[in-house]
Design a protein around this ligand. Structure first.
Ligand SMILES: C[S@@+](CC[C@H](N)C(=O)[O-])C[C@H]1O[C@@H](n2cnc3c(N)ncnc32)[C@H](O)[C@@H]1O
Length: 324
């Protein structure tokens, strides 16, 4: 069976992964069930019920059942991931240690664990332990010996104000207009913020690459992949979530800019040069305009605009735009 791109497979990811072609995807992002094992309802001090993750898809008989499930889907991912690809898994303290051990046992090699610090976490209503304010992402390659994999170092640095991107990311939970609703209620209890997926996909894939998400939910991975000019493959067992994801992704216009500016040129050396005259001809710069190096804003100099991974950047200090 050939792989269908920009498509959501409806079914159990263990079964779907088993029939997808071997080594057919460039990157995987997985947001599996957490196995939260909640006991009883949770109430706020004002006696409103907390919208907790108590969905059937998150229930497992015991740790052994969860481990068996985890090993099965991770094996499936390993088979369909190219030998140059990488895998991301996100989880909480409930499951991430188990997932980490299993993926290491399967031969995956951890490149980083990233802490997503939630800037707006849910409070700990009972006051009996710390507010749970982060999740962990494990980023790994297929084996210790894997020589090649994608890491868009410069794109990440650019996103971080020209400093090396660190492994602790402070981002808000998915709220407001981004949160999908059905009849006023959350469409999904664990919809991830797009900002998180921007970092994941931008850092470890190229435009045109195939990004697989075996626990697609409401399609956050697909939505961001589409915005960044990547192809997606989703797997989800719940038809209601698939409907929500399809509508969400269909509403996204394909990238306006040519895919080339979305990351094919990762370094200054490989970035295409733009003729200075062409910028003048197209009215992007004005004759006589003073340009500044961003890092030395007080020293006017001519600088060469450069297209880098991510977005095109012209290093012109704002205050000089109208200056002649
Ligand atoms: C943590 S949620 C993912 C949420 C998603 N990242 C988003 O932003 O909407 C896990 C999803 O996996 C789905 N799921 C659970 N077990 C599955 C399985 N065996 N095969 C496919 N999907 C599964 C659930 O229905 C749920 O939507």
């Amino acid at each position: 069976m050939s792989i269908q791109l920009d498509h959501i497979y409806h079914g159990d990811c263990r079964e779907v992964l088993a029939v997808l072609p071997e080594q057919s995807v460039d990157m995987i992002f997985a947001d599996p069930p957490y196995n939260l094992q909640l006991r009883g309802d949770l109430w706020r001090p004002n006696m409103t019920k907390v919208d907790a993750v108590d969905d059937a898809w998150d229930q497992f008989a015991d740790f052994a059942a969860y481990d068996q499930f985890t090993e099965a889907w991770l094996r499936g991912c390993r088979r369909v991931l190219k030998d140059t690809g990488t895998l991301w898994v996100i989880g909480s303290y409930h499951n991430i240690y188990r997932v980490g051990r299993i993926l290491q046992d399967l031969g995956f090699w951890i490149l980083n664990d990233v802490i997503w610090t939630k800037t707006n976490p849910m409070p700990q209503f009972r006051g009996v332990r710390f507010a749970n304010a982060h999740e962990t992402l494990i980023w790994c390659k297929k084996s210790a010996d894997q020589k090649t994999y994608t890491f868009n170092y410069h794109a990440m640095k650019q996103m971080n104000d020209e400093k090396q991107m660190r492994s602790d990311w402070a981002l808000p939970l998915c709220t407001g207009a981004e949160r999908l609703k059905v009849n006023g209620a959350k469409a999904h209890t664990t919809q991830k913020p797009e900002a998180l997926l921007y970092r994941v996909i931008l850092s470890s894939s190229h435009p045109g690459d195939i990004v697989l998400d075996p626990f697609f939910g409401t399609g956050t991975t697909g939505a961001v992949a589409r915005k960044l000019g990547r192809r997606f493959v989703g797997i989800e067992q719940d038809g209601t979530y698939i409907e929500a994801a399809r509508a969400r992704i269909a509403a996204i216009a394909p990238p306006l800019l040519d895919a080339e500016v979305y990351g094919l040129y990762e370094t200054k050396r490989t970035a295409p040069r733009v003729a200075f005259a062409a910028l003048l001809e197209h009215g992007l710069l004005l004759p006589g305009q003073v340009l500044y190096f961003r890092k030395r804003p007080t020293q006017p100099r001519l600088c060469w605009p450069m297209v880098r991974c991510g977005l095109p950047t012209v290093h012109v200090a704002r205050s000089t735009r109208s200056g002649r």
